[in-house]
Write a protein that binds this ligand. Sequence first.
Ligand code: ATP
Ligand code: MG
Length: 467
Amino acid sequence: MDEHRSATTHSPEISDSEGMIEAMGTPVDEGLAPRILTRPEHKLSRKDLSQEAIKVLYRLHRSGYSAYLVGGSVRDLLLGGRPKDFDIATNARPQEIRRLFRNSRVIGRRFRLVHVFFKGEIIEVATFRASPEPPETPDDWEEAEEEAAEEEAVADPPRPHIVEDVYGTPAEDARRRDFTINALFYNIADFSIIDHVGGIEDLERGIIRTIGDPDERFVEDPVRMMRALEYAARLGFEIDPQTAEAIDRQKALISEASTPRLTYELLECLRSGQATAIHKAWWKAGVFTRAYQDLPLDTDESVRVLEMVDAGVVAGRKFSDPSLIGGFFLPRFLVLAEEETDEKGRVNNVRLLDRLREMLEPAAASMHLSNQTVHLIHQGLFAVTKMRCAPERGHQVLKLARQGYFPVAWEFFVFAAAVGYITPEVHQSWKRALRKVGKQELTDQQRESAQERPRPHRRRRPRRRPR
Ligand code: ATP
Ligand code: MG
């Protein structure tokens, strides 16, 4: 793999003609030729792409730019799966992309990229980039968004954070990526797959391998270790021995990684439908406790909650961030609730609320959780203790069901029923009571997730991701 990292003569200016030569499969800046699979040699078909992704690829191509589908979508399509989202790389510069798509916005701080908005889907379009530097965090993005808006308002804007040499060639863009299987390009010009890093072979053999020296790549960005284990669990792949050994050597660095990005990876894991397997892999490799020091997750009940989340996601349910993160705290909270309940079943609310706050505070701070998320977890968990007995009166149900935190509380209630804190009879009586007061949507959601149905074509959530 090292040879693939050999330096290239970097040319920050990528002309359109270079793009077209690249599109024809001839590397212009490399001593090493990429491997190219022509259209009949692979099974990725245009009809597997979303209409929006096709639209963006073609508009770039017809405007004279090179345009590739890149990253996870190419990997997933070659494996016969459905991608979560479609990312595009091009030689067009952010302002040029912006001009081509009215429904777009420039984002990113040091490295600017463009989000093209469609109904329910965002296509991310990035100019080929040279630098392998760690992805940015949402905090950077927020500032950058303001800057970008100001720049657009000025004819010749000063761009203090943008350094031209962040842009690179397609080969450099492939090599700055994390794993070989994530660096394949699908070329809209001739429908070929371009592989600069040995990704096709690794995809065929089921191997997760860093691009370049694994120690260097993990030091550069420790979150990649979490990602390697996550992909292995999700795809049922093996981690290449050198990559695995480097994880073992470098895992201590994870506790210094950017917390918003770690929280983002956790939420991605929880929404993948394979949280149980990913968590197990993280736990076994000794990275979970380093990444999420303040999350209690050490009991069978916690694993049961993860299994329920997986079952829900596979059935097409959407969980909110507070219900996913709060799920980690539920088993320990239930122990606290037991401890604060006397033999007559009365709960010492003041003490329980205090202990709940003490339990959540460290994680709230170390994981950069928003006040709103913490509030919903706090209220939602506490509400479960109020639902331990069957509801007595309709207005009690309605009052609770009208609270903003109730959808989160209901998720926790269902988890609590699965781990035996709520009896099946009480569970059923709350379901009936909710239907009676016209709040059946929550219980219907559950019924739906009980039936296995094919996973819908998942569109990207319109929210920013740290990169
Ligand atoms: P998923 O199915 O989880 O979305 P993905 O491969 O699309 O998987 P993303 O997090 O969406 O993962 O990132 C898109 C692409 O960006 C990756 O495929 C990879 O090429 C590149 N990438 C993401 N994170 C990193 C990183 N930390 N270091 C280097 N490259 C990265
Ligand atoms: Mg993706």
